[in-house]
Design a protein around this ligand. Sequence first.
Ligand code: ZN
Length: 131
Amino acid sequence: MAHTPSANPQDKRQYFEQRLRQRQQELEQAVANTVVQALSSNNDDNRDVADQAVAGYQKELLFSQGTVRSSQLRLVRQALARIADGSFGDCVRCYQAIGAKRIEALPWTPYCINCQERIERGEAEPTASVA
Ligand SMILES: [Zn+2]
């Protein structure tokens, strides 16, 4: 039997909470692994300059991946906080309900599609608490 969100708001809340917690764990694991990799790639002195350049680039890449994951992790944590305070599913900017398809695909998104597009076009400021 497939587990799908039902019309019951309580069930729906639990369904998204479960998905968000799972995502949080994945991201925490990924961030931890990235830190370990970045640290261990720092540990070799017997390299020529080309190797060091590659290692430097890889390290930078690892750190930037880590940054992306850290900000995703922050979004996931904030979504969990919104589940706890009952505001989950509403856009944090305009307070309209986020579309069902969008919240299903991106349960951690703080914005409805309209606000997201306006922010991406530079027409609106991201809300301070999620910036
Ligand atoms: Zn909005």
